[in-house]
Each structure stands twice: as structure tokens, then as C-alpha cells.
Design a protein around this ligand. Structure first.
Ligand code: SF4
Length: 250
């Protein structure tokens, strides 16, 4: 493959073949394949959740700690999330690149009100997560995620490698076939740094205003946007209409 602007565009036609070839392979082999085919125009996107810390560990085992790890810093992160980023850097020497929205939390509050995450969570996610990531991903041909089929109906169709229609690029999901028990067994076995909130009833962690704890045995992502008809911020959605802003006081 020639390295250059969006060189993987032709892979749109080949992605089904790639997925068939990689089906049943280990995460290590899937990541290795992605590195061979797309590095250096490949990045990992991580919220430092259990799945992506597992991906980061796999990368380190392959000696590839120079692959950029893109982290969306919305300004609404739990302190524990920031801490795990620091511990991952210390353990693996990875290159974390924080991606930030155009508006600070204060500027957003001035323009759209103090609690946009309550009045219009889709637009808040769009400004603070979707748009900033979209801009940065345009520099790459492929991204590696931690999404798993077992995370719920919105992720059930995930393939180990697929064409990301939204970002017009290759998306690699090396843990697509793993479940939560597989991930946690791997984390414990390898003593991988993880967010300590997971020990206190938070199976999935996003921004603090939109994350709550879940009773034992509860659905893995049920603590995200609880009470709203919303299960995804939008970065993993294939069909996503650009939300329109609700201006403060409108
Ligand atoms: S998860 Fe909540 S606070 Fe974070 S960007 Fe989305 S709506 Fe805003």
C-alpha cells in the first residue's frame, strides 16, 4: 500500500474479504494485521475503558507503543479516568493524544446553558465527542476500537474489521467476539491498569454527568445516559443525522 492521503479508500471493496479471513483469529493477530496493512496511518481511540486498555496492552506486547492513542477529553471526565491515562502512559510509554472540543465547558455553558447534557445530550455529544474525533480521524486510514458485540444491540453487528461509513475509513474491532468476562480475565491476568470506578459499580464509564452506577448483574451499558432514549454518543453509529443546536434561551 502506498502511504498517502486516504490510501485505504480502495479497501472499501475488500473489507468483506478481510473480515472473512480474520474471523476467529486472536486479537493479537487482528491487531498485527491492522499494523501491517495501515501503520503509520492507524490510530487507537480509547476512553481508557476495559476493552481499550486491553487493546493497548496487546499493542505493547507487539512492541508498538508508538501507535497514537487518541483520547477524547470532553472536559467532563471523572478524575479516575484521567488517572488511568497517566498510569497507562507510565506502564507502557504510549503516546496519548488528547482530543478536545472547540468550546471549553464554560464557553459551552455560556452559549447553550449550564446543562446541555440534560437539555440536548445529542448535541452535547456531537460537539464534545463526534466532531472533534471526526476532524482528527481524517488524518488516518484506519482506527482501532474496543467495541464488542456483547455490549448491546447497537454493537451486535460489529465485525473484526469493517468499513466505517461515517468516517469513510477502515475500522478494526479486535475484541468484537469477546465478552466482558474475557476482557476482565485478561486484565487481571496481565495486571493491566484500569479505571478504579469499575470496582465501585460502574461497568461502563463516560462523562460524569451522563454516567451512573449499575446494580450488580445489570446491563453493562445501562448506566450510560440513564433515563434517556440514548445508548451511544455517536462515534460508533453508522447512520447519524447531524443534530441541530438548541441555543440558550431559545
Ligand atoms: S456524554 Fe454527556 S457530558 Fe459527555 S459529551 Fe455526551 S452529553 Fe455531553
Amino acid at each position: 500500500m502506498v502511504v498517502g492521503e486516504r490510501d485505504a479508500a480502495g479497501d472499501y471493496d475488500r473489507v468483506g474479504k478481510f473480515a472473512a479471513e480474520l474471523r476467529g483469529e486472536t486479537p493479537t493477530r487482528i491487531i498485527e494485521w491492522a499494523l501491517e496493512r495501515y501503520a503509520p496511518r492507524l490510530a487507537v481511540v480509547s476512553n481508557f475503558g476495559p476493552s481499550t486498555v486491553t487493546v493497548i496492552h496487546h499493542l505493547a506486547e507487539l512492541g508498538k507503543t508508538d501507535v497514537p492513542v487518541l483520547h477524547i477529553d470532553t472536559g467532563f471526565e471523572f478524575p479516575e479516568t484521567e488517572e488511568v491515562g497517566a498510569r497507562l502512559t507510565q506502564r507502557y510509554g504510549i503516546q496519548i493524544q488528547d482530543i478536545r472540543p472547540e468550546l471549553t465547558v464554560t464557553q459551552q455553558a455560556e452559549k447553550y446553558g449550564d446543562e446541555l447534557y440534560k437539555s440536548d445530550s445529542d448535541y452535547c455529544c456531537y460537539m464534545r465527542k463526534v466532531l472533534p474525533l471526526e476532524k482528527v480521524l481524517s488524518e488516518y486510514d484506519a482506527w482501532v476500537t474496543g467495541i464488542r458485540k456483547s455490549q448491546g444491540s447497537t454493537r451486535r453487528a460489529a465485525q473484526v474489521v469493517e468499513w466505517d461509513v461515517r468516517h469513510d475509513m477502515i475500522k478494526v474491532n479486535p475484541l468484537a467476539e469477546w465478552d466482558s468476562d474475557d476482557v476482565w480475565a485478561f486484565i487481571r491476568e496481565n495486571d493491566i491498569p484500569y479505571n478504579t470506578l469499575h470496582d465501585n459499580g460502574y461497568p461502563s464509564i463516560g462523562c460524569w454527568p451522563c454516567t451512573r452506577s449499575v446494580a450488580e448483574g445489570g446491563d453493562e451499558r445501562s448506566g450510560r445516559w440513564s433515563g434517556l432514549n440514548k445508548a451511544e454518543c455517536g462515534i460508533h453509529l453508522t447512520h447519524f443525522a447531524t443534530p441541530q443546536p438548541t441555543e440558550k434561551g431559545r
